[in-house]
Design a protein around this ligand. Structure first.
Ligand SMILES: Cc1cc2nc3c(=O)[nH]c(=O)nc-3n(C[C@H](O)[C@H](O)[C@H](O)COP(=O)(O)OP(=O)(O)OC[C@H]3O[C@@H](n4cnc5c(N)ncnc54)[C@H](O)[C@@H]3O)c2cc1C
Length: 391
C-alpha cells in the first residue's frame, strides 16, 4: 500500500499547529495534521480558558505586525463561524516606581510597551495611580504606580481558537489524526518522512509545532536553547460576579517590585472565578513528568504573595487551578525557522509564555515559508541561531 502523502504535514496541533494547518488548507495545500492527544487538551500550553492579547508588544517591535494580523484573523474566523474568540475588554500594564521585575525575560516592560505603542500608532492612555484607581477601583495601589492602558487589548479564548482553526482546516480538506505520536522526522532528497507510533507518511515539507515536546522530538540544537517550566493558574472567588466582569475590569500585567517573580497578571471574570497567575523560571521540568496537582499550600502562597492587599475582595477561596507549560528560550524570544539540518523541516516552537496572541499570524508565516519559501512577516529576529544556549 502507498504511504499516505501530503504537500505539508503539521506535527502538533495546538496554538501554532492549528493555525498553520488552517492557513495551509486555505492556500489549497494538501495537508495532514498529527497530534499525540486530541486538541484542545490540557497537557500542553494552550488551555486555561483565556489568554491575554495586546497590540503594543513590550517583548519587542518585531512582534507587533504578528499580533495586529492575528487580531484580523480572529475577527475573520468569528465572522466565518459565529464563534466568539476575542473580547477587547481593554488592557492595563501597571508598574510601581520599583516595579522593574522582568516580564517574559524583558526589563523595562512598561517603557518598552509605551515605545511600541508610539512607534506603531496604537491607541493608548498613560494613567497615574489616581486615574487608575478612579477607573478601576478593584486595584489597591501604593500611589506611585503608572499604568499603560490600551483599549484594543483584551482576551482570547484559546481552546475555541484551536478548535475553530482545526475545524475550518478540515472543512477545507485537511486531514487530522489525533491520538498519534510522531516518533521521528527524516529528511530525504525528495521530501521528508514522518514516522509515528502507527504508520509512516511522506510530504514535501513538515511544520513541527510540538510546543513543550520540541526538544524531545528534534533533539539538538533545540534542546540546548529550550527549557520547560510548570506554571499554575488560579481562579479565585470574587465577591460579586459583576465587580470583576469584562465591562468593568481589564486584563492586567502588574510589575510591583524589582525582584524575581514580583509580577503577576489577571483577567476579568468570564467564568467561575477571576483567573490570576504569575510566572516562574526557576525550576525546569519535563513535559511528560509535570506535577499536575496544585497543593493548598501553593494556592495560599500565591494568594498571600500576589493578590492579598492588591485586588479588592478577591480570594482567598480558590474555585479551581490548572497547570500549564512555558517552553522558554533564554531571551524569551520565539523560534520560527527552518531546521538547521533541512530546509524541509520548519520549527514553530515554542513561544516562551507569550505566543498565543501571535499564533494566528504565525500560522500564516509558516504556511508562506512552507509553500513559497517566504513569510509575509520579518522573521529574522526569530532565527534559531540567534537564541542563546541555556547555561
Ligand atoms: C499558563 C500560561 C499562560 C499563558 N498566557 C499567555 C497569554 O496571556 N498570552 C499569550 O499570548 N500567550 C500566553 N501563553 C503562551 C501561549 O499559550 C503559548 O505560547 C502557546 O499556546 C504555545 O502553543 P504551541 O502550539 O507551541 O504548543 P501547544 O499548544 O502545547 O501544542 C503542541 C502540541 O503538540 C502536540 N505534540 C507534542 N509532541 C508530539 C508528537 N511527538 N507527535 C504529535 N503531537 C505532538 C501536543 O499534544 C500539543 O497538542 C501562556 C502559556 C501558559 C502555559
Amino acid at each position: 500500500m502507498d504511504m499516505p502523502s501530503a504537500d505539508v504535514i503539521v506535527v502538533g496541533l495546538g496554538a501554532m499547529g492549528s493555525a498553520s494547518l488552517y492557513q495551509l488548507a486555505r492556500r489549497g495545500a494538501r495537508v495532514i495534521g498529527i497530534d499525540r492527544y486530541g486538541p484542545p487538551h490540557i497537557y500542553g500550553s494552550s488551555h486555561g480558558e483565556t489568554r491575554i492579547t495586546r497590540q503594543a508588544i513590550g517583548e519587542g517591535a518585531a512582534y507587533v505586525p504578528l499580533v495586529l494580523r492575528s487580531h484580523q484573523i480572529w475577527r475573520d474566523l468569528e465572522a466565518q463561524t459565529g464563534t466568539s474568540l476575542f473580547w477587547a475588554c481593554g488592557g492595563l500594564v501597571l508598574s510601581g516606581q520599583v516595579g522593574q521585575a522582568l516580564h517574559h525575560g524583558k526589563p523595562q516592560f512598561l517603557e518598552r510597551t509605551l515605545e511600541a505603542a508610539r512607534q506603531f500608532g496604537i491607541a493608548h492612555e498613560v494613567l497615574d495611580a489616581a486615574q487608575i484607581q478612579e477607573r478601576f477601583p478593584q486595584f489597591i495601589l501604593q500611589g506611585d504606580e503608572t499604568g499603560y492602558f490600551e483599549p484594543g487589548a483584551g482576551l482570547l479564548y484559546p481552546e475555541r481558537c484551536v478548535q475553530v482553526q482545526l475545524k475550518q482546516a478540515q472543512r477545507l480538506g485537511a486531514v487530522v489524526h489525533t491520538g498519534e505520536t510522531v516518533r521521528r522526522i527524516v529528511p530525504l532528497n525528495d521530501g521528508v518522512e514522518v514516522e509515528t507510533d502507527q504508520t509512516r507518511y511522506r510530504a514535501a515539507k513538515v511544520v513541527v509545532s510540538v510546543g513543550a515536546w520540541a526538544a524531545q522530538l528534534l533533539g539538538e540544537p533545540l534542546a540546548q536553547v529550550l527549557r520547560v517550566y510548570r506554571q499554575v493558574l488560579f481562579w479565585l472567588e470574587a465577591p460579586d460576579p459583576q465587580v470583576y466582569g469584562p465591562e468593568r475590569f481589564p486584563i492586567f500585567i502588574w510589575m510591583f517590585g524589582s525582584a524575581e517573580g514580583e509580577h503577576f497578571y489577571g483577567f476579568p471574570q468570564v467564568s467561575q472565578g477571576v483567573k490570576v497567575a504569575t510566572e516562574q523560571a526557576r525550576t525546569p521540568t519535563h513535559p511528560d513528568q509535570v506535577e499536575r496537582q496544585v497543593s493548598e499550600a501553593e494556592t495560599w502562597a500565591f494568594f498571600t504573595r500576589y493578590v492579598q492587599g492588591r485586588l479588592k475582595g478577591l480570594g482567598p477561596g480558590c474555585l479551581k487551578s490548572a497547570t500549564c507549560l512555558y517552553t522558554s528560550t533564554v531571551d524569551g524570544d520565539f523560534i520560527l525557522d527552518f531546521h538547521p539540518d533541512s530546509e524541509r523541516i520548519l520549527v514553530a516552537s515554542p513561544c516562551s509564555g507569550h505566543g498565543f496572541k501571535h499564533s494566528a499570524a504565525v500560522g500564516e508565516a509558516l504556511a508562506g515559508l512552507a509553500l513559497h519559501g517566504r513569510s509575509p512577516f520579518d522573521l529574522t529576529p526569530f532565527r534559531l541561531a540567534q537564541r542563546p544556549v541555556w547555561g
